[in-house]
Design a protein around this ligand. Structure first.
Ligand code: MSP
Length: 668
């Protein structure tokens, strides 16, 4: 059976609001899927959503919904967006689907039974944001001493628990050999080098479960109901559960190994080290190529909710149309590198390529044929050097487009396409059909117009994977209903005598930004904050004003505001004091053992000895911040901070809840 061309995107976190980063990967996969289909390949294009984990559970609880109802609602944001962007995925997998969870459980059991999964206790730095543990040497240390997750740069917390582990170390050498022997496995080169660096170091075993009491929203470990699988082990398997692994051998064999697994550079390790060893443990080859593309910044800044510059792709589709969004995203930066998205850049790219070159060529070709040749496709006539040269140039550019696209060099493929349009315009300029018309040379005029329209046809066909709607419209205006990549190299594919349609400009010039975009930019600028937009003298004035108000008799306290997202990062929980003692080296400090609803008690060092004796605190339920980076206070490691009301004379009262609630309850 012929191999199916299989391409996948990552499964996006269902909690996330879709942004241009997600859009970029999915559109890139769609362009490739469409191109391969046009070449006659059977294609399987997979995307979907990652729906388990702590964050999903927490968000659902906050909304008062069951996690399933919550994800069923949120998944639609992705599904609708892909529909609006004309993405042609053959399957959309959700990690909460039975077809996935059943097979994940089967895989877990098999690996456990053969000893590749084992149970052990572990203490390490846990990153809630990345939902994984890190070792001491992995974590980053911020200037203020806070330990940070190397992936997300968010604080990590010290955690000890018993879990199940996948013997990743056992397959590390196999993976090293695989990487050495399969030159194209990881691309681009920069990412391959990054992986080689990782593989030079020791590869530890991988923690693949979470205790159910801490993470109730996951796939249960089939032989131990106290545990669920950890998100990555669950999610990565989607790439094979979706294509019939252990359920439909024929389909699976036709699709796997995948031709391309597209990911962002942020998830390289999980897709190479974790996913690679998981596959090797299952006796399967890794994909032919994992391509880790670069990242987008927006208007020069890292895209982030707190900066408020996350670009909503729906807004882009509303303002610019799906085809233009697809085109500009793929044209604006090289796939492997990073790039900046700006609306000004969008407008420039759109005008330069789509309006001025491709749209203009079509307009000229059809308008002149209408004016002088009855609005039909003229005969080819006698070919001169000019046509032979044009033919040679178009053939070369067409094959460059193919080479680039096969290598996922989307922007270079589009450069070749724009050059095809430019070659058509140049040909028209140098052959001067207006002069031929004036001179009454109808035969030569027909040849020139026909060849111009033939170039439009090539543009239309090669535009199809990127701009499917505009391509269809363009080709329709030339009288083509079923475009084909075959005989693209020959400038003779049009039907002589077919009627041409002029219509409105295919890509009208964009002289101003659409009103909705201009308004969104204004709002974003305002949200960037008045102090930031003031110059230094403005800032100085503002500071003076603040000082003045402080010295007045009844100054209102002024606070720096934080975003809701920032607040939501703070883990405040009810903790019960199990024991308390004076700090051995500091009079002001007490060392408390507290139950924070976790498997093992935490140690918290608090500067409250002047107000409270150790005895009176035992049994009290207080409020503690649990995700502050652990730090040593006079030699004793503190794993959190207790909250207290304080006044000018120090601590007034420890903070607690109005009614008795269980340790571990979250304050939000
Ligand atoms: N759920 C995991 C993936 C599991 S795959 C089995 C995940 N999801 S995610 O929602 O965070 O999506 C990550 C992907 O979004 C990146 O790999 C990349 O494809 C895309 N991008 C997210 N932000 C991006 C940019 N700023 N720029 C470009 N793409 C980025 O990780």
């Amino acid at each position: 059976m012929a191999k199916t061309f299989y391409i996948s995107t990552p499964l996006y976190y269902v909690n996330d609001v879709p942004h241009i980063g997600h859009t970029y990967t999915t559109v890139a996969a769609d362009v490739m899927a469409r191109y391969q289909r046009a070449k006659g390949r059977k294609v399987h294009f997979l995307t979907g959503t990652d729906e388990h984990g702590q964050k999903v559970f927490r968000k659902a609880t906050e909304r008062g919904l069951t996690p399933q109802v919550h994800v069923d609602e949120l998944v639609q944001r992705f599904q609708k967006l892909w529909e609006r962007l004309d993405c042609t995925h053959d399957d959309f997998i959700r990690t909460t689907e039975k077809r996935h969870t059943d097979v994940v459980q089967e895989v877990l059991r098999e690996l456990f039974e053969r000893g590749d999964i084992y149970k052990e206790s572990y203490a390490g730095w846990y990153s809630t944001s990345a939902e994984r543990f890190w070792t001491e040497k992995d974590v980053l240390v911020a200037e203020d001493g806070t330990k940070l997750c190397p992936d997300t740069q968010q604080p990590v917390e010290w955690l000890e628990e018993t879990n199940y582990w996948f013997r990743m170390s056992k397959y590390a050498d196999k993976l090293r050999t695989w990487t050495a022997e399969n030159a194209d496995w990881i691309r681009p080169e920069t990412r391959k080098n990054e992986l080689m660096g990782t593989l030079k170091k020791d590869i530890a075993d991988l923690c693949i479960t979470r205790p159910k009491e801490r993470l109730p929203w996951g796939i249960p470990v089939p032989w131990d109901s106290d545990y669920v699988t950890y998100v990555w082990f669950d999610a990565l398997l989607n790439y094979i559960t979706a294509i019939g692994y252990r359920r439909d051998d024929e389909r699976f064999a036709a699709c796997w190994p995948a031709d391309f697994q597209l990911i962002g550079k942020d998830i390289l390790t999980t897709h190479t080290v974790y996913w690679g060893t998981m596959l090797l443990a299952l006796g399967l080859d890794p994909a032919d190529c994992i391509y880790a593309h670069g990242w987008w910044t927006v208007e020069g800044r890292k895209m982030s909710k707190s900066v408020g510059n996350v670009v909503d792709p729906n807004l882009l589709v509303d303002a610019y149309g799906a085809d233009s969004v697809r085109y500009v995203l793929m044209a604006e930066k090289s796939f492997g590198g990073d790039g900046d998205f700006s609306h000004k850049g969008f407008q420039l790219r759109y005008n330069a390529d789509l309006a001025n070159v491709m749209g203009n060529l079509l307009h000229r070709g059809v308008a002149m044929s209408e004016k002088w040749l009855g609005g039909v496709v003229a005969p080819l006539g006698v070919i001169t050097n000019a046509e032979s040269e044009l033919q040679a140039e178009i053939s070369e550019l067409t094959s460059a487009y193919d080479t680039h696209l096969n290598a996922l060099a989307y922007n270079s493929a589009l450069e070749s396409l724009v050059n095809i349009g430019k070659a058509g315009n140049k040909y028209l300029d140098s052959e001067k059909p207006w002069a031929l018309n004036k001179a009454g040379d109808q035969a030569r005029l027909a040849t020139v117009m026909r060849h111009t329209l033939e170039v439009c046809r090539v543009v239309g066909v090669l535009l199809a994977p990127f701009c499917p709607n505009k391509s269809q419209e363009l080709l329709g205006r030339l009288g083509i209903s079923a475009p084909t990549l075959q005989d693209l190299g020959e400038l003779s594919g049009l039907q002589q005598g077919a009627s041409l349609t002029h219509g409105d400009p295919l890509f009208p010039r964009m002289d101003e930004l659409p009103a909705t975009i201009a308004a969104a930019l204004e709002t974003a600028a305002a949200a960037a904050g008045p102090l930031k937009s003031l110059g230094s003298s403005g800032a100085a004035k503002a500071e003076k004003k603040a000082k003045k108000s402080k010295s007045s008799t009844k100054a209102e306290p002024t606070f720096e505001t934080i975003s809701f997202e920032d607040f939501a990062k703070v883990e405040i929980r009810v903790v019960q004091v199990l024991s308390a003692a004076q700090h051995p080296d500091a009079d002001r400090l007490l060392v408390l053992q507290v139950n924070a609803g976790e498997e093992t008690p935490r140690t918290i060092v608090a500067g409250i000895a002047s107000k409270y004796s150790p005895e009176e605190l035992v049994g009290k339920k207080l409020l503690g911040v649990l995700n502050l980076a652990p730090r040593k206070l006079r030699g004793v490691m503190s794993q959190g901070m207790l909250l207290a009301a304080s006044g000018s004379k120090g601590i007034l009262s420890m903070a607690s809840t109005l009614v008795d609630v269980a340790p571990g309850s979250r304050i939000s």
